[in-house]
Design a protein around this ligand. Structure first.
Ligand code: PGA
Length: 244
């Protein structure tokens, strides 16, 4: 049985006192580990959020990292630095990183390999644009994105997130049927180990649509953007994950 996992991606939102306040509220709202919960604040908030989460059930994540331990990489963050603050998960290959910052499959694979080396659990995002879906290319795109990652899969220590790009931040959530179809495709590509690997859905997950998605056995949780910035809505999604 795969345990449900609700991961919050704050993107470039919240710093300072606000970040601490949200983390504190989420921590207080989670009193056991029936569902895995993670929040990924911006890098600069990681130390404060990490301290705030200490002693609770909510895990700390990062939204990106470099693949080298150190070196002349201006503006980059080493996986090694993340470990100092108790980071356990790292989101890699998010469509915003791919599209806005030009990250390609090979780079994402290098980062995934480095995360595994440093004992960080990568959450690798895959997903198609609206035009790719309309042209019937969804599975080709996802297969291409998976191809460089599959050889790296290390037992269960990797999480995938299916994030259709047309659903991210748009309020247009994928139907459970659409998400399940793609999750099954991804799981099929992973081989036998696929049964143990969690595949999250991401893209406009909100308290109002969480149940219809999370009750699907194929959907092992959610990668939540906008709704993770508000402790009330994030906790509501977590509470749905507990009850389905
Ligand atoms: P959203 O973002 O929930 O705001 O659509 C999801 C994501 O980008 O991870």
């Amino acid at each position: 049985m795969r345990k449900k996992f609700i991961a919050g991606n704050w993107k470039m939102h919240k710093g300072g006192k606000e970040a601490i306040e949200i983390a504190k509220n989420v921590k207080e709202g989670i009193q056991d580990d029936k569902v895995d919960v993670m929040i990924a604040p911006p890098f600069t908030a990681i130390p404060d959020v990490g301290r705030t989460l200490e002693g609770g059930f909510v895990k700390l994540g990062a939204q990106n990292m470099h693949f080298e331990e150190q070196g002349a990489f201006t503006g980059e963050i080493s996986p090694f630095f993340l470990l100092d603050f108790g980071v356990k998960f790292v989101i890699l290959g998010h469509s915003e990183r791919r599209k806005i910052f030009g990250e390609v499959d090979d780079l994402i694979a290098k980062k995934t390999a480095a995360a595994l080396t440093f004992n960080l659990t990568p959450i690798v995002c895959v997903g198609e644009t609206l035009s790719e879906r309309e042209e019937g290319k969804t599975f080709d795109v996802i297969e291409r994105e998976l191809n460089t990652i599959i050889p790296l899969i290390d037992k269960k220590k990797i999480v995938f997130a299916y994030e259709p790009i047309w659903a991210i931040g748009t309020g247009k959530v994928a139907t459970p049927e659409t998400a399940v179809e793609v999750h099954k495709f991804i799981r099929g590509k992973l081989g036998d180990i696929g049964q143990d690997i969690r595949i999250l859905y991401g893209g406009s997950v909100k308290p109002e649509n969480a149940e219809s998605l999370l009750k699907e056995e194929e959907i092992d949780g959610a990668l939540v953007g906008g709704a993770s910035l508000n402790p009330e809505s994030f906790l509501s999604i977590i509470s749905t994950a507990r009850s389905v």
